[in-house]
Write a protein that binds this ligand. Sequence first.
Ligand code: UFG
Length: 330
Amino acid sequence: MILLTGGLGYIGSHVAVELIKQGYDVVIIDDLSNSEYSVLERLSELTDTEIYFELGDVRDITFLTGVFQRYQIENVIHLAAKKAVGESVHKPLHYYDVNVSGLINLLKVLEDHRVKKFVFSSSCTVYGQPDQLPVTESTPLGDTPSPYGKTKQMCEQILESVAKVAKHQIVSLRYFNPVGAHHSGKIGELPKGVPNNLVPFITQTSAGLRDELKVFGGDYSTPDGTAIRDYIHVVDLARAHVKALMVDLGAHIALNLGTRQGYSVLEVIKAFEEVSGIELNYTIVERRAGDLPEIYGDPSLAYKKLQWKAELGLTDMMRDAWNWQQGLAK
Ligand code: UFG
């Protein structure tokens, strides 16, 4: 049995599908703070499988202990965390509490149980603004100004220390920019309120839910002046989690989950317009505080260790994101 924390969220729901496809039994923990119960029904429909679900918070150690008593858990994939960079500046304690205390709680409970692998959801934000691109896992961790970014760095440091004494192997997966949705259109990203991220903002604007997209910054020193990111299809990302369970990776390893291919905001918009046939209403405005001009990652270590690489391209990401958005309107 795999324990999947945050399993009803955007990434967690896609990980659940890929785990079940590979024959794993899954128990999901989620507190529904940024997800909906209906996702569980959708997951059951999509996989035609019973998925065990426990409503609760990773900061609640009694709850976690109970989950470990009720299920035979062999591996843990820990995704439950707060992830909005801007919000973290206004609610730093909440971010440290959920992300850092939540991790510590879970690791404490693991001390009393025989678990083989612990997979942690990290982020390329740990690199800060790197001097050289693409970033590799040996790129030094940089200054990341947001409390959110700091929580990811702290969590990795905690895991590094724990790995020296823990019986389970630990894998930190550093996500670049996950976008897209499951091709079925049954699961995808469900942003609460106004989306912070580019792709949900694009799809919501095209669906008529937002008036226009603001492109943050047209004066970066990139070929078209807009910022560059390494977008990765969420299904590719999910597959890497399953692979991480299957191979021996030593005490602790961090792996980049990206594509090595950077795209500018304008390139993403163009790809979306081509896929959807809709001309997007956008204007270029001031830069967003805290944004990096450019980041993309070298995923070759993940290939070497996991035999994993991203298979879906930008067109697939846009097609599936748009398909998901259109399904929401029905
Ligand atoms: N952007 C816009 N308009 C928008 C939203 C975003 O132009 O309305 C731009 C951003 O300025 C950036 C790019 O689109 O250049 C991507 O922005 P996202 O908000 O989608 O993603 P970020 O790269 O800012 O952040 C993501 C995750 C974080 C993670 C970070 C690491 O959301 O959790 O990558 O780099 F920390």
